[in-house]
Ligand binder design. Sequence first.
Ligand code: PAF
Length: 295
Amino acid sequence: MSRPPIIQTVRDLQDAAERERAAGRRIALVPTMGALHAGHLSLVKAAREHADVVWMSIFVNPTQFNDSNDFGAYPADLSRDLELCASHGVDLVFAPAPGELYPEGAQTWVEVGELAESLCGATRPGHFRGVTTVVTKLFLAARPHVAVFGQKDFQQLAIIRRMERDLGFGIEIVGAATVREPDGLALSSRNLHLGPQARQQALVLVRALDVAEDSLARGEASHEALVALVARTIDTASLARLDYAELRDPDTLRSARAQITAPTLLALAVHFAPDPDGQGRKVRLIDNRVLQPQR
Ligand code: PAF
């Protein structure tokens, strides 16, 4: 299977978009930071259902990392990524150098308000400003009709939908379901950095989501009690440290009421330490589920 063409400049990508549009073809963009896994490939599949051509961007965006160690350690293997793109029918890859998206002296940002302030926005200052800025640049370069993002990054998806509406890009934003390992761990490029013990303990995320869901189903509707239960569950994993566990309105991301009587987002972020024998690195993982109270 031959590798898809790689475009490295914004100008060339805009020209390619112009050609596709002139030929009446719908373009779907799958923005990624590479280190592709089955989660990204499911975004490609979803993209295919909405468009004639599927383009992927591979760019490790420096402005969304609030920790330079995290940026430096972000896994990268373009050659492997291109093989996967080829075998999954990606029609074109946009892989720009950093200076192409952030020209010398760049000082323009795109920033969404309230939606970006809580959850990961509170614990990773500047993260979403970096995401919305780069996604805007990708939208302007690729001029897609559709763009696909994973629901694992629930807040990111909500922010991008808001940004798309506020700026009137006219792009359909599609959210694709989270893909999980057979044992339930949500796929993430960061899972590669977990030591074997931390990898096992990382299942505490999905266990905490299950515990909260079961508890709500059995009639425990207290916001406070459910969050406390989740925190106690995370605490059972010795390498885990809770960053946040929050119950939020799935549309506004505002804090849920004292009693959970409507569909409510349970969003989790957990830090994992390296294994006691030094294997693995520090990793922060997120996961979420929309809890549905009984009627
Ligand atoms: O979700 C990601 O991988 C990134 O945040 C994105 C959307 C590609 C922007 O860099």
